[in-house]
Design a protein around this ligand. Structure first.
Ligand code: AMP
Length: 425
């Protein structure tokens, strides 16, 4: 089959890499892709939100299946547009994607169906939000309602910080229209984990657990980013916790969606905070996590193209998921200055040497070609991902490969997966 992958980050590189291993896949296209994706796919210079152009492409090239990576095209209705034209596509509709695209929608949904989450209130009025924060006290979490690339969440320890956050989101519009409404939320304390599942509208197949590292610096310091590294499995998600997450979060969510008349087809991602041995949902995403996808797909031992096709066709009951017993660790290498301002176009050295480290894949996130050389093109540049007998072994390999890579200003965390090692140790 011919597959079109939408997106051009580390997650999409991992998806394309996995699809390329499938005997069923004869050709992969990626819109827009990146320098790493170009090793396995033909990159096409079309925006992920130009649905007319993408549909024309799919018809013209006889593409059998489209797989969507990022949230933006989903929220804007790419699945609706493709299905209207009778095209097979993996991802949820715009209506279902509101679970991610509107924090207010998501919180109301969880409240309605009794899914455990932090106490909250939604405001479109600045003064009412201010009043509520005064009444509730701190710590408190201020969240822009709409999509803000993982950066519209501000944890405020003092009243002053909370006022600044509210001003930033609602008055200064630091996240644009996403800040027209805010969700003000109780601050949870515990350890986070990511839990994802493939869903075809009725059948749900959970993936192995993982954990992201959202802050830019070691020991979870500094501002939130799109994610600085991830590993799988996450030992904080014990067998007992997994059962709780399935019973209290994943199944009730699918059931609630169905009862609300919303068909959910694609990937459901729950960002979980484990507090006092109970799972609370921090957020839902309607696509695979980035960078969690990189270690998870490295561990997947089932044909990914068959999974994606089964989701699109509502035949997930035919699929049996298998996972490699090894652990996987992904270290994100970012541009200096990220998540703030950073330079682009910087040549990257050592990619071939890094790729020679056994069981290691250098997934590209923000890269492009300049006169045949691979150069930086984004905040998160690479996701160096390695398999190992256990987390410690995978970590050692991933960092061994990272050490072989160099570009001016590069930054990476040195403690990816240490939380897991602490649990196990
Ligand atoms: P979200 O995009 O809602 O997942 O938030 C991004 C990050 O902010 C999460 O991964 C958490 O680290 C943190 N966060 C969000 N909501 C809360 C909360 N209610 N309590 C504590 N931390 C939170």
């Amino acid at each position: 089959m011919k597959v079109l992958v939408i997106g051009g980050g580390g997650r999409e590189h991992a998806m394309v890499w996995k699809l390329a291993q499938s005997k069923r896949v004869e050709k992969i296209y990626c819109a827009p892709g990146n320098a790493g994706i170009a090793q396995h796919a033909e990159c096409i210079n079309t925006s992920p939100t130009d649905f007319d152009a993408l549909l024309d492409f799919v018809k013209h090239e006889w593409v059998d299946l489209t797989v969507v990576g990022p949230e933006d095209p989903l929220a804007r209705g790419i699945v609706d547009a493709f299905e209207k034209e009778g095209r097979l596509i993996m991802g949820p509709s715009a209506e279902a994607t509101q679970l991610e695209s509107s924090k207010a929608f998501c919180k109301d949904f969880m409240k309605r169906w009794g899914i455990p989450t932090a106490e909250y209130k939604t405001f479109s009025s600045y003064t009412q939000a201010e009043e509520y924060i005064r009444m509730k006290g701190t710590p408190v979490v201020v969240k822009a309602d709409g999509l803000a690339a993982g950066k519209g969440v501000i944890i405020c320890n003092t009243h002053e910080e909370a006022m600044d956050a509210l001003k930033l989101v609602m008055k200064d519009k630091a996240f644009g229209e996403a800040g027209n409404r805010v969700v003000v939320e109780q601050c949870l304390v515990g350890e986070e984990a990511s839990y994802m599942a493939f869903i075809d509208g009725s059948t749900m197949l959970p993936m192995v657990s993982s954990q992201d590292h959202k802050r830019v610096f070691d020991n979870d310091e500094g501002p939130n980013t799109g994610g600085m590294g991830a590993y799988s499995p996450a030992p904080v998600v014990t067998a007992e916790m997994e059962k709780k997450i399935m019973e209290k979060v994943m199944r009730p969510t699918l059931k609630g969606l169905r009862r609300d008349g919303i068909k959910y087809k694609g990937i459901l991602y729950a960002g979980i905070m484990i507090q006092d041995d109970e799972p609370y949902v921090l957020e839902f995403n309607c696509r695979m996590g980035d960078p969690e996808t990189q270690p998870i797909l490295q561990r997947l031992d089932t044909d990914f193209a068959s999974i994606c096709m089964a989701i699109a066709q509502g035949k997930l009951h035919d699929i049996e998921l298998k996972w490699k017993p090894e652990a996987s660790v992904c270290v994100v290498v970012a541009s200096g200055g990220y998540p703030g301002k950073y330079d682009k176009g910087i040549p990257i050295k050592g990619l071939d040497e890094a790729a020679k480290v056994p069981d290691t894949v250098v997934f590209h996130a923000g890269t492009t070609f300049n006169d045949g050389d691979v150069v930086t093109a984004g905040g998160r540049v690479l996701g160096v991902t390695a398999l190992g007998a256990d987390i410690a072994a995978a970590k050692k390999r991933a960092y061994e490969a990272v050490e072989k890579i160099h570009f001016e200003g590069m930054h990476f965390r040195k403690d990816i997966s240490d939380k897991a090692v602490k649990h196990l140790g």
